[in-house]
Write a protein that binds this ligand. Structure first.
Ligand SMILES: [Zn+2]
Length: 114
């Protein structure tokens, strides 16, 4: 069984179309955006597995969205998304530390360092 959900696009006025299929393999997602066509996790697929209702293009799809959320919540996607968010948070903190150290080194290379 498949559900197609229209998701707002940041790059065009037309929505992106995400087809979600529930079958014996589990829950799979296809999106028609450039990243989605290449099979990548795009912001449209991510909006759906993150239950981000604000990304819905068509308010009339709320029932379909709710059915999809039942599928998502019965799968391992919520745990994976939690793990991804934690990893991205760690990455952001590490990037911040690297930036601070680079600034320190840059200043030291100008002003000298013992
Ligand atoms: Zn997409």
């Amino acid at each position: 069984m498949s559900i197609t959900i229209l998701i707002k696009s940041s790059s065009q006025s037309e929505p992106r179309s995400v087809q979600v299929t529930q079958d014996e393999s589990g829950l799979s997602f296809l999106c028609d955006c450039p990243a989605g066509i290449r099979g990548r996790i795009c912001k449209h697929k991510r909006a759906l597995v993150s239950a981000d209702e604000s990304m819905l293009y068509d308010e009339d799809q709320k029932d379909s969205f709710q059915k999809l959320m039942d599928w998502v919540n019965a799968s391992s996607y919520p745990d994976l998304m939690k793990a991804l968010k934690a990893a991205e948070n760690d990455l952001e903190l590490a990037n911040g530390r690297a930036r601070d150290i680079k600034e320190t080194i840059t200043r030291a290379m100008k002003e000298g360092l013992k």
